[in-house]
Design a binder for this molecule. Sequence first.
Ligand code: TYD
Length: 236
Amino acid sequence: MDKLVDSGKTKQLFQTKDKNVLKVHYTNHTTAGDGKRNEQIENKGAVNNQISSLIFQYLNKFDIPNHFIEQTSNTDQLNKKVNMIPLEVVVRNLSSGHFQKRFGTNNLQQLSKPVVEFFMKNDELHDPMVNDLDVQALNIANEHQLSKMRDLALKINIALINLFKEINITLVDFKVEFGIDESNHIILADEISPDSCRLIDTDTKESLDKDVFRKNEGNMMKGYYKVLHKLQKELA
Ligand code: TYD
């Protein structure tokens, strides 16, 4: 039995024989409201593990360094062990969620250029938004690391916009997290899935992501399966 080394809201991390490699198990836990709502949704772990594996492999083609090694089962993957930087890096193409509330824009209004925002990972403080100077003053990351994360986030955005466009899905916004590897390089870590992206069907504007759960609008998995099946077909 592998030893559990850490457990997040939706994933469990296990030690492997290689000290630089973790086995990541995607669970069915689905959370909203800083983890206050936490439900089990059948097959969500397996679907997100498969979606995130496909996306990370796709990002390799664009020289985006990331922690993905290989998918080992429906629910599990091997990842490089990194020191996670406790920031959520959000990229937005269309206005939605916090951005829409903050600026009173229309929902799904196209932004003139992509926006990158940083939030400190802290549920008790409800993940406060931070600027570059906050991040440096709090010793979360230095100026060079911030600039690297911003550049990578925008590069990931371009690759993902194009990928989703091919399958008639609009990438509204998404969140990524970065870690520092053993060579002190910043690499993409965590996951990219409908839990961490806003994705809409370009024609029908149907939500294909966790917004369906956040807003209690019925069976969230319908959209998740649609995203998985379209990505499988596109990237086969
Ligand atoms: P945002 O509009 O900031 O917050 P909310 O989802 O609470 O309205 O979210 C922007 C994108 O980032 C969206 O695709 C969801 C994702 N995200 C996460 O995956 N985890 C988080 O903790 C937050 C705040 C956002």
